[in-house]
Design a binder for this molecule. Structure first.
Ligand code: FPP
Length: 256
């Protein structure tokens, strides 16, 4: 059940710290469906309903950035019927989400090789990005046709081109410059990466950006993940100490 405003306020008041940016690998749709004797596509449909719940509660919790892995570069290799169903679901999800995004002040963004999407999916995505572009609450990014190695390769090629043209020298290449050539430029790195569905791996997702993210794995299949499950993950994050390579003492005293 969706928590009330009072429950949300109580929850927020007891957190030691809150993540600014949560990234999620929404895994387990297929297994959820199979377990119920349903086709995989039904799992994705149920997954889209979870997406709706998680986006809404994230906005209500005041989260600034939510980045969802909706379709990976590798997912193009799935059976064509499943790819088609996912691309159609993307259009439907955007259509259903748009009023929610407008009323909750959510700005939609996308990362990935968007040009590979079918025309209808790409057009509805770009139209929703445009329509929500003035919203300044939650930044909701869908990773579509995305993989980190694709993104990093693209960034390297862009930087090499700049060096070749003589616009920059090799010495000018910094971590910041590389970050600025990734799709997530202008977005802070995720503080918390959640993966549902029981696997404990990153699967080519935001590899550069999650360098210092806290990782949270849950066996819950994505369609069964809900508002309480997200709040549990945030609560877990809130009790972790992030040291960024420093000692615990340096972090507590602030002396370093
Ligand atoms: C991984 O589960 C999930 C995906 C590949 C798609 C995620 C899609 C949604 C949450 C629905 C909304 C859709 C879009 C495109 C916005 P899996 O199929 O790998 O599950 P499995 O590991 O159990 O087989």
């Amino acid at each position: 059940m969706s928590p009330t405003k009072e429950q949300i306020d109580q929850f927020l008041a007891k957190q030691r710290k809150l993540p600014k940016h949560i990234a999620i690998i929404m895994d387990g749709n297929g297994r959820w469906a199979q377990q119920k004797g349903l086709p995989r596509e039904r799992g994705h449909e149920a997954g889209a309903e979870t997406l709706d719940k998680i986006v809404t509660i994230s906005a209500k919790l005041g989260l600034e950035y939510l980045t969802l892995y909706a379709f990976s570069t590798e997912n193009w290799g799935r059976p064509q019927t499943e790819v088609d169903a996912l691309m159609h679901l993307l259009v439907e999800t955007i259509k259903c989400q748009l009023p929610n995004m407008m009323s909750n002040n959510i700005r939609l963004l996308a990362i990935g090789d968007i040009d590979r999407l079918p025309k209808e999916s790409k057009e509805s995505l770009l139209a929703a990005i445009e329509e929500t572009s003035h919203n300044n609450g939650l930044n909701l990014t869908l990773a579509l046709s995305y993989s980190s190695r694709w993104e990093i390769t693209k960034a390297v090629k862009e930087i090499v081109k700049e060096v070749r043209k003589g616009n920059i020298s090799e010495e000018m290449i910094t971590e910041e410059m590389i970050s600025n050539h990734l799709c997530t430029t202008n977005t802070p790195d995720p503080d918390l990466l959640i993966r549902t569905g029981g696997e404990q791996r990153i699967s080519n997702y935001l590899l550069w950006q999650v360098a210092y993210a806290e990782l949270y794995f849950t066996p819950t299949y994505w369609p069964d993940f809900d508002e309480q499950a997200l709040m549990l993950a945030i609560d877990d994050y809130s009790n972790r100490e992030r040291r960024y390579g420093l000692t615990g003492e340096q972090i507590t005293t602030g002396i370093h």
